[in-house]
Design a protein around this ligand. Structure first.
Ligand SMILES: C[S@@+](CC[C@H](N)C(=O)[O-])C[C@H]1O[C@@H](n2cnc3c(N)ncnc32)[C@H](O)[C@@H]1O
Length: 252
């Protein structure tokens, strides 16, 4: 499936919302990735405002980040001083070294599916690690989730809206990596936690999701209003981070 370029760069219009409403990533995930990867320089693809970057930088990782949206890149540079930021899409990035780790948080699906595995292979050193992860947001209460999902459906928001509960991205990358002879040592992990979101913070989270962001204001406002009416005071959110790990084979 081709990448929707218009939709892939909608995040920068909402940098502050993105910073305050989007969840980060568990420390255990960072530890597991660093234990899996050989020591050396790391490359992050689609770093955004640095929600994952900050956790890796805090562990002293030598980091280069690729981020195409100039507003996200500016926030990234401010949040994570000391990391190298390359502005542009990964498809245009020419590595100046081989990395022992390439990771991507919530962003690998935005890179051209025809090229992303070749690009990862080329950027990685022999035995270098590939770590791809996504957060899934799920309202814990199934009835509330169904009621919110019903609002989405009524407004024609059925794909990649916030209230779908089928995490397919990791399944897809695992399937593709299993069939790719250039990668080995496939591993998968999952990390769960819950967090209370007030209704306002929840609606801010909704505003950061591309499926809602791309709606023109006259379509977005009624959706937010109706979701807000269903929410009450707030919601308990279950966050699950799914991680796929693989290793570049030394050579072919
Ligand atoms: C959902 S955000 C994730 C940001 C950050 N990694 C996080 O976890 O918060 C997706 C990011 O991918 C970036 N992006 C979109 N297309 C890209 C591409 N082709 N190459 C690299 N990054 C891309 C967007 O600008 C955006 O910052």
């Amino acid at each position: 499936m081709a990448v929707d370029r218009e939709r892939s760069v909608v995040f920068g219009q909402a940098v502050d919302l993105y910073e305050s409403a989007r969840p980060g990533y568990p420390d255990r995930l960072v530890t597991d990735i660093l234990n899996y990867a050989p020591a050396g320089p790391a490359l992050e693809v689609g770093a955004g405002t640095g929600k994952a970057t900050a956790a890796f930088a805090a562990r002293g990782v030598d980091l280069t980040c690729v981020e195409p949206d100039p507003r996200m890149a500016a926030a990234l540079a401010a949040n994570c001083p000391g990391v190298r930021v390359w502005s542009g899409i990964f498809e245009d990035y020419v590595p100046d070294r081989r990395f022992t780790l390439l990771y991507s948080a919530q962003a690998w699906h935005w890179v051209d599916p025809e090229r992303r595995w070749d690009l990862a292979y080329e950027a990685l050193a022999p035995s270098g690690a590939l770590a791809l992860f996504w957060n899934h947001y799920l309202i814990t209460d199934p009835d509330l989730r169904a009621a919110l999902s019903e609002v989405d459906h009524r407004h024609g928001l059925s794909s990649y809206s916030l209230h779908q509960d089928t995490p397919v991205r990791n399944e897809e990358v695992q399937h593709l990596l299993t069939g790719d002879p250039r990668f080995t040592d496939l591993d998968e992990r999952s990390y769960s936690r819950t967090e209370w979101y007030t209704a306002d913070r929840y609606l801010d989270l909704v505003r950061t999701i591309s499926a809602y962001r791309i709606l023109p204001p006259e379509r977005q406002e009624p959706v937010l209003r109706e979701l807000g009416a269903v929410l009450g005071d707030g919601v308990e959110m279950s966050f699950v981070t799914d991680l796929t790990l693989a290793r570049r084979k030394p050579s072919r």
